[in-house]
Design a binder for this molecule. Sequence first.
Ligand code: ATP
Ligand code: MG
Length: 290
Amino acid sequence: MKKFNNNNLKLAIQKEGRLTEETLSFLRRTGLEFESYQQRLFSSCRNFPLEILYLRDDDIPNYVSTGVVDLGIVGQNLLYEKREKVKKLLNLRFGFSSLIIAVPKDSPIKTLADLNGKRIATSYSNTSKSFFKKNNIQADLVQVRGSVEITPSIGIADAIIDLTSTGSTLILQDLRFLTKIYDSEAVLIANNAISTGKKILVNKLITRFKGVLSAKNYKYIFLNTEEKILPRLKKIIPGLGSQTISPLAQKGWVSVTCVVKEDIFWEIIERLKAKGVSRILVLPIEKMIL
Ligand code: ATP
Ligand code: MG
């Protein structure tokens, strides 16, 4: 059986679940090349000294804290719940979800205080206990491993504490949102005592990860415009540094290229259109090294 090389970095990711697809696609976008097939246990990267291990997400924080692997990609929700001592290196901007409290639609529970004396089902018992302590709530926790959302309808709980991203499960199960405990996303975590040699590799990997993360937040814009309205356009486009302006064959016209932040992108496009700019070409940016 193939063994992995111990000098290589080891990164644990979820084997099969909600984070798997986006984790694999994120890793590929950072330029890492590796095989991944259904029955995989681990893969070695062809172009970076990295082994990828495929695990249940619940096991990842412990494997990272004990040094079985150097790095892991998991939801923050698991970090809050498992409380293993690991270092968070980066937020990865995918796997967004929220831990919420929900009750049946017609439940008399309207406020947090109404949870006193009630049965609350969850697979996040540590987080739930801390939340109740902080909010002075005395409730009975019903610990379940999965399918938390059906516990009220089968009569074993009055409320649930569970992860949701779109809220569609709540609607499906006739549940009503009561409050949010926290928001979560996928993060890159590391063992606290990585050797100096491996730290160099980790830093290289972080540079790659950040390159992809920054690029995701920006768009590359090309547009042609009359030179005389350029001063007005410059006020609209903040750009990254400065815009590039080149003359076009047609006299009095120029071409402008610039980089624009995703969150203000549509606003800028609308304002450009209002100034009469119509041919706007927008391209995604693959990587951005800042
Ligand atoms: P495993 O078999 O690896 O233990 P799991 O069933 O515990 O998997 P998944 O449901 O695949 O876990 O969720 C993995 C992670 O995806 C969650 O811990 C959370 O960080 C994230 N996530 C994103 N959206 C959601 C959602 N709607 N519900 C639950 N988790 C979500
Ligand atoms: Mg799990």
